[in-house]
Design a protein around this ligand. Structure first.
Ligand code: SAM
Length: 259
């Protein structure tokens, strides 16, 4: 029986073969690679990776789809299927020798929490290719001063080089989502692009700085840093977080660590 798409699992299946091939082409598949796919669904992307790598691990929450995938890839020893919530997966525990390559047409309802979950495990990730709402990718690539620049931009850009590869229209999916989608490649920086002494302090700072986007640094950060301390590193307390560069966030975070 055909599978009925479930909204609660963010199911929008990529049906258009042109875009399936375009995704497969951009993955730069190589035999020894170890891939992990988030939300394989009915195998739209999976089919293109299966047989092109040493190991492909599939993480799918919907048990009906897991049963379908088990049938579809029965006898293929290079594929392992996990019936699990990707938010609870320890990707570092999956690593054999080299970091894993992640791919997924992510369920849009939980794409941002998933991205933050991957961020915490970045050292175990070789690269990641995600299909996301265009609006989320716009936030990932935004630069200071742009409307879309915020917590996601800063956190992602500190960890990864972000490349928006191409857009996909709603009609390519079934059911069609209400919004445009974009396919993005994230590659961890080989060496840090800014020096951050303590990643946890940096993450807390970025969260607080953007807690009320329209408010000044003075307002959002007054409980953790004084105006004079900000001025001592040439940062104006009356500006907003949306104007700060990665270097400036790193400078505040490193000063906080020393306090
Ligand atoms: N990859 C397929 C495609 O491109 O057609 C399906 C993509 S669909 C947008 C998202 C997939 O993620 C669905 O198969 C859904 O069941 C699965 N999913 C939803 N929440 C999940 C979670 N927390 N962990 C793992 N998979 C999840």
């Amino acid at each position: 029986m055909a599978h009925k798409a479930r909204k609660r699992f963010g199911q929008n299946f990529l049906q258009d073969q042109y875009y399936q091939f375009q995704i497969a082409d951009s993955l730069q598949l190589q035999q020894p690679d170890h891939w992990v796919e988030i939300g394989p669904g009915q195998g739209a992307i999976t089919d293109h990776i299966a047989g092109q790598c040493d190991l492909l691990e599939l993480i799918e929450l919907d048990r009906d789809l897991v049963a379908m995938l088990e049938k579809r890839y029965y006898g293929n020893d290079s594929i392992k299927i996990y019936s699990q919530d990707a938010l609870s997966v320890d990707f570092c525990a999956l690593v054999k020798t080299n970091p894993v390559r992640l791919v997924g047409n992510l369920p849009y309802n939980i794409s941002t929490p998933l991205i933050f979950h991957f961020l915490k495990q970045r050292e175990c990730i070789q690269d990641a290719h995600f299909l996301l709402q265009k609006e989320v990718v716009d936030r990932m690539v935004a630069v200071p001063g742009e409307k879309a620049y915020g917590k996601l931009s800063v956190m992602i850009q500190q960890a990864f080089q972000v490349l928006s590869l191409f857009d996909i229209p709603p009609e390519a999916f079934h059911p069609a989502p209400k919004v445009q989608s974009s396919f993005v490649r994230l590659t961890p920086h080989l060496s840090p692009i800014v020096d951050v002494d303590d990643q946890a302090v940096f993450a807390d700072l970025v969260k607080m700085a953007f807690v009320q986007k329209r408010k000044t640094l003075h307002n959002n950060l007054k409980t953790i840093i004084s105006d004079d301390a900000l001025k001592s590193i040439d940062i104006n307390p009356s500006c907003r977080a949306e104007t700060l560069t990665l270097e400036q966030f790193a400078a505040i975070s490193n000063l906080l660590g020393k306090q």
